[in-house]
Design a binder for this molecule. Structure first.
Ligand SMILES: [Ca+2]
Ligand SMILES: [Ca+2]
Length: 376
């Protein structure tokens, strides 16, 4: 593939965050075909509006106010700064919270009587969490308020798939130089459509890995129940399937930073993770160009030739599409940070194939991903 020679390194961070942009990785015809196949299959909303039973759901959770306070007080100074509250956006009922939203909420539930924008422990103790949940539940949420406003579907790439889909998988195999069985047993291709007004605020494609964390793919064969689960997406290959009339860049807000600090992403009311408002301030932006592939690692190496810790520099998001439609596709290569579990997974997959449990055993992997909706 001549195209592979045109790799340009866009970012090399202090821990060698690597990002490559490869023009013409896909031909125009291939891009059109992927879009066509996705349309035939049908797309679904990537994130739905929060349901009305949020309040009841929150009341079921028994956490003491002190635990919540300590969880939020990142710098442990006994006060909750605005950015500390903002970094825990899961509090937002699926809604993306802005500094303005937080201030409105403080006013509504009278959380900050001295009005200094900071919640002291005393102020927090006075706060009735039920009022907070009631307020959140009463907020009308629009799709533009969500973390992610897009539609997506999955396309099979295993044996027997459309020759173009197979060919792309082979190219990804050569690009990533990973073992064939790892690439072949990874997630199907995800195709995403952003209409005008669509966005995806900055996020990681995969989660941190603790000793108790299970990977979605190897969980199938591991007979353990784990408190944490993540998709273990070692590599992301993102394809731009069309030229976007306006906006829709991929932003990496901290790709070139010297030091990573989650809270430095929010300064003076500017949240760099907000891809509707602050994409222009990010460190690195890739403009969508039909056929171009972008490739990066979401995890660092463990120093022994295997997957290590999550690379926080891989934080990225989809900027607001200001005009037209944006089509992209993702290929994620899934690797379990536990080498033995990954090997066991391959053995099991090979066994399934041999036993011919199903007419097309390769579909086993794809089936396992069918109902996976990982919010990241
Ligand atoms: Ca604090
Ligand atoms: Ca205060």
């Amino acid at each position: 593939m001549g195209a592979l020679l045109l790799i340009s390194n866009l970012a090399i961070g202090p821990f060698l965050f690597f990002l490559a942009e490869i023009p013409n990785f896909l031909s125009e015809e291939e891009c059109k075909l992927i879009i066509h196949l996705a349309q035939l299959k049908g797309l679904q909303k990537s994130q739905t509006l929060p349901t009305d039973n949020y309040e009841e759901a929150m009341e079921m959770i028994e956490v003491s106010p002190m635990d919540v306070f300590n969880l939020l007080d990142h710098n442990q100074d006994g006060q909750l700064q605005l950015k500390e509250v903002l970094t825990h956006t899961r509090l937002g009922n699926g809604r993306w919270m802005t500094p303005e939203n937080i201030r409105e909420m403080y006013t509504a539930v009278k959380a900050d009587p001295d009005g200094d924008g900071v919640l002291s422990l005393e102020e927090f103790k006075q706060l009735n969490l039920k009022d907070f949940h009631k307020y959140m539940g009463s907020q009308k949420v629009k799709v533009s308020d969500l973390v992610r406003n897009s539609q997506h579907t999955w396309l099979y790439q295993g044996e027997g798939a459309h020759q173009v889909m197979r060919s792309i998988r082979q190219r990804v195999l050569r690009l990533t130089r990973l073992p064939r069985e790892i690439v072949e047993h990874s997630e199907p291709m995800q195709v995403v459509r952003y209409d005008q007004g669509g966005h995806y605020h900055a996020h990681m494609d995969s989660g941190p890995v603790f000793p108790e964390t299970a990977c979605s793919h190897t969980k199938l064969i591991a007979n353990e129940t784990s408190p944490f689960e993540t998709s273990c997406r070692y590599v992301t290959v993102l394809f731009y399937l069309n030229n976007v009339t306006g906006g829709g860049e991929t932003t990496f807000p901290v790709a070139d930073n010297r030091t990573y600090d989650e809270l430095s992403l929010i300064q003076n009311d500017i949240d760099l993770r907000d891809t509707r408002k602050h994409c222009d301030k990010g460190n690195l932006r890739v403009k969508p160009r039909q056929g171009t592939a972008v490739f990066w690692y979401n995890y660092l190496s463990d120093g022994q030739g295997w997957v290590g810790e999550l690379d926080e520099y891989s934080l990225h998001g989809g900027c607001l599409v200001t005009q037209g439609t944006k089509w992209i596709a993702n290929n994620w290569i899934n690797v379990d940070p536990s080498r033995s579990r990954q090997i066991q997974f391959h053995q099991e997959m090979a066994r399934y194939a041999q036993e011919e449990l199903e007419a097309q055993p390769e579909w086993t992997v794809d089936k396992s991903y069918k109902n996976v909706h990982i919010e990241l």
